[in-house]
Design a protein around this ligand. Structure first.
Ligand SMILES: *C1O[C@H](CO)[C@@H](O)[C@H](O)[C@H]1NC(C)=O
Ligand SMILES: *[C@@H]1O[C@H](CO)[C@@H](O)[C@H](O)[C@H]1NC(C)=O
Length: 530
């Protein structure tokens, strides 16, 4: 019925082979018996679809009838219907409708990402995720999934009033297998809490390096990054083979390499597993393929014994920058970097430079450890990974400001580092110049005023452009973009290469036949955009 009352009328009529007079009232019901018959048929098939849908989410009797009449009264309000349907099944505690809990709306790392959804679904089980996905799919409603909300890209973990926010924060269960080799953890847990939990067992896992990042947000990397660039904070990270998702990625691989099993909800609501024996193609794709295949509701991760580490954290004078690049590149290309359990992090801000040397045993970091320093925050002390995460956490801000990331990759080259640094520094200083001295600039690129979004972003865009340009000129460019650090206009999936992209697309079609995740997901590095 609603189809006929809506703006689809002319199309429907022309399909029925009737000519329209120009003054046809769009809202008047067609009257020929052919039309009536067609209408009834459509109504029947819609009724059947609706019944199948309410049955599939476990609604029956008066609840199903109430939903049907409520939706029938306002057929255009699809997002309202999806919210209502999930609320009928999951209850008011799990589905927050207007007026929304403001704290949940504003939970964000970057202020640029705050958006107010129509309702917030906070599932406490994979089943609840499945119900939500079925409702979103049936009503064709836009959505966003939030694990920890640490993405700096607007719309990747938030959505406006036309959509539903799937907030995974209560999928935060952690359990250790009896033999302590596997940690099962929900995507809404934060890495800091994961490390605290495991620390009591003398264990760790290979995961994110910032405590506040949600577990679900860190598995999108398949390959290797040698350097990352951030706007007010030029970061270079290096160990033997990777830019390091984790401090010991050179030994253990990336977070994604340490997954034993993913529990995942597919677009048709199926709850399944992907591992080395089951759905192996999906297992491969989930390890870096982005939010294109399903919603992961549980990660089973291999634990690693590494717990006590050796750490040296020093602060350096700005005029040492070039010496530091020389030493860093030398360490990367020679000797030192063959130690697979050692990592170097250089954090270069506009007003300070910090170097972190991390090793599984007292490390040899020549030539880096010969550099003079202003201050040692930690000096060759044995510490725990947990304490290191805390220190990383303290160094990265969680304040309500605006953030931006951008990814770039190149081969190791001191000269290139220096040139990029000079380029970035000049631009970043210029962007900061007109601001009042009271403005607080901390570590990462944080700014507070939306009016400066374009100006601030331009610095990092230009820096990565320059990086690519110089890299290409000097034969040092690498097309790889580290997904976790990529900006919304970058295309990290494409950087995996044509063959991988084709394979990912094939797998996405197999597991998501309706292309739900491509069509209705609000943001994210989607295969449909590659
Ligand atoms: C998110 O942003 C809002 C402003 O829109 C701010 O008031 C709030 O404190 C932020 N939330 C968090 C957790 O930082
Ligand atoms: C509102 O949301 C916050 C953050 O998700 C949560 O901690 C709090 O319990 C919620 N408040 C209510 C009344 O549900």
């Amino acid at each position: 019925m609603q189809l006929i009352r809506s703006v689809h009328v002319p199309l429907w009529l022309s399909l029925a082979g009737l000519s329209l007079s120009s003054n046809t009232d769009r809202n008047s019901l067609p009257t020929t018996s052919y039309q009536r018959h067609h209408m009834q048929q459509q109504q029947h098939s819609m009724d059947a679809q609706f019944d199948a849908f309410v049955g599939s989410i476990g609604l029956s009797g008066p609840d199903a009838q109430a939903l049907k009449s409520s939706y029938g009264n306002k057929p255009a309000d699809k997002v309202g219907a999806a919210c209502l349907a999930t609320q009928c099944v999951l209850g008011k505690d799990a589905v927050d409708t207007a007026p929304l809990n403001q704290t949940a709306v504003e939970a964000n790392w970057s202020k640029a990402n705050v958006a107010k959804p129509h309702c917030i679904v906070t599932p406490t089980s994979a089943h609840a995720v499945s119900v939500t996905i079925k409702a979103l799919s049936f009503f064709q409603v836009k959505f966003a999934v939030r694990s920890g909300g640490h993405s700096p890209n607007p719309g990747f973990s938030s959505v406006d009033d036309g959509g539903v926010l799937l907030d995974l924060s209560k999928l935060d269960r952690m359990t250790l297998s009896e033999d302590k080799t596997i940690l099962s953890v929900g995507p809404g847990q934060r890495w800091g809490k994961v490390y605290s939990f495991l620390d009591t067992y003398g264990l760790s896992v290979i995961g994110g390096r910032i405590p506040n990042v949600g577990v679900g947000g860190s598995f999108w990397v398949v390959s290797i990054a040698t350097s990352t660039s951030r706007h007010d904070w030029l970061q270079l990270t290096g160990n033997a083979v990777t830019g390091g998702l984790h401090h010991f990625s050179a030994k253990y691989g990336l977070a994604a390499d340490n997954v034993h099993n993913f529990e995942v909800v597919l677009s048709d609501g199926t709850i399944t597993n992907a591992n080395a024996k089951e759905n192996t193609d999906l297992f491969w794709a989930l390890k870096g393929g982005g939010p294109n295949f399903g919603v992961v509701t549980r990660f089973d991760l291999y634990t690693v014994p590494t717990r006590n580490i050796w750490l040296r954290l020093t602060v350096h004078a700005l005029d040492q920058a070039n010496d530091i690049f020389d030493a860093f590149a030398e360490w990367q290309t020679q000797g030192g970097a063959t130690d697979s359990r050692a990592t170097v992090i250089t954090g270069i801000a506009l007003n300070s430079i910090a170097i972190g040397l991390v090793a599984a045993a007292p490390g040899t970091f020549a030539p880096l450890d010969g550099l003079p320093f202003l201050q040692a925050l930690a000096d060759g002390v044995p510490t725990t990974l947990l304490a290191l995460m805390d220190q990383m956490g303290a160094a990265t801000t969680n304040a309500a400001t605006r953030h931006d990331y951008r990814a770039a990759s190149s081969r190791v080259d001191a000269r290139l580092y220096k040139d990029i640094y000079a380029f970035w520094r000049a631009r970043a200083l210029a962007a900061r110049e007109p601001r009042a001295p009271t403005r607080r600039w901390t570590t990462l690129v944080d700014w507070t005023d939306a009016a400066n979004d374009g100006e601030v972003r331009a610095v990092s865009i230009d820096t990565t452009r320059q990086w690519a340009k110089l890299g290409q000129e000097r034969g040092l460019h690498l097309p790889f973009l580290y997904q976790d650090d990529s900006s919304r206009d970058q295309n990290p999936l494409a950087s995996y290469g044509e063959e991988n992209v084709a394979k990912l697309k094939q797998i996405a079609l197999k597991y998501d036949k309706t292309q739900f995740f491509q069509k209705l997901q609000n943001g994210g590095f989607l295969l449909s955009k590659v």
